[in-house]
Design a protein. Structure first.
Length: 267
């Protein structure tokens, strides 16, 4: 039987790198926006990780005396010019197949565990290079406050001090434009969702209130200074409660988004 799978063999050699990179970046975030992007982007990461994975795994196998590949024979096999007939060729083929299966199965496990170690030790908060592409998680969880400190000043004690400050609610205020009308919405963040591309798609607010922005300016313009601001009433009178348990806002309609971390005293 002729062995003609050069393209497939290259893909299987790169796939562990892609799987490890994806599982490391996504990890165990419930709200991870990391998704498999265009294949051209994943191939770049896959090549880098594959160049690290295969030398390490092969050196471990060689040290343990488990298996040592024959480069000349494998190159000939991948070119499809050898018949699988001899015991040596068949043995190398089976060993190579098990090697590819093993690396592809173990790569996502290793990536997920590496992510878990980084998160458990808060290394992504301490070092910018290890920060994950999940900015919305950092923002909505309050961990983004750690990034206000310069990296060289982010010690274990400093990070713990930030994280020990337990806030009660995350309040979100957004400006949504519908045609020529802009409305300010304000409420407690209940949930948020991402689309298939990993972008923030919508947010869900509880106890939401609204206020048209035009209500904050005088309808009759000042001839010299244009529209002048009114003397605003207290916040409790400026916002209008929205009936219903939850308010869903699509991110594509949001112009600005503000996040507040609120602490409610037990008293």
């Amino acid at each position: 039987m002729n062995i003609a799978f050069p393209a497939l063999s290259v893909l299987l050699l790169l796939l562990p790198g892609i799987l490890l990179s994806y599982s490391y970046r996504r990890g165990f975030f419930q709200r991870s926006p990391v998704t498999l992007g265009p294949i051209r982007n994943e191939i770049g990461r896959g090549i880098v990780w594959a160049l690290l994975i295969h030398p390490v795994v092969l050196s471990l196998l060689w040290s343990a005396g488990a298996w040592s590949p024959d480069p000349d024979l494998l190159l000939t096999l991948s070119g499809g010019a050898v018949e699988v007939g001899s015991e040596t060729v068949s043995g190398q083929f089976r060993a190579s197949l098990w090697y590819l299966v093993g690396t592809n199965l173990s790569a996502p496990v290793v990536g997920g565990q590496a992510h878990k170690i980084v998160r458990a030790n808060r290394l992504d908060l301490r070092y910018d290079a290890l920060r994950f592409s999940n900015e919305w998680h950092y923002l909505f969880s309050g961990e983004a406050r750690v990034f206000q400190v310069d990296q060289e000043d982010r010690t274990v004690a400093t990070i713990k001090e930030f994280l020990d400050w337990d806030f009660s609610f995350v309040f979100v205020s957004v400006i949504v434009s519908t045609g020529e009308e802009s409305t300010l919405y304000w409420g407690v963040l209940s949930d948020f969702y991402f689309d298939s591309a990993g972008q923030l798609e919508k947010i869900v607010l509880e106890d939401a209130q609204r206020r048209p922005l035009r209500a904050d300016t005088d309808a009759s313009p000042d001839p010299k200074n244009g529209a002048r601001e009114r003397e605003l009433p207290p916040a409790s009178e400026r916002f209008y409660p929205i009936r219903g348990e939850y308010l869903v806002l699509r991110y594509e309609n949001i112009q600005t988004l503000n996040v507040e971390y609120k602490v409610v005293d037990e008293a």
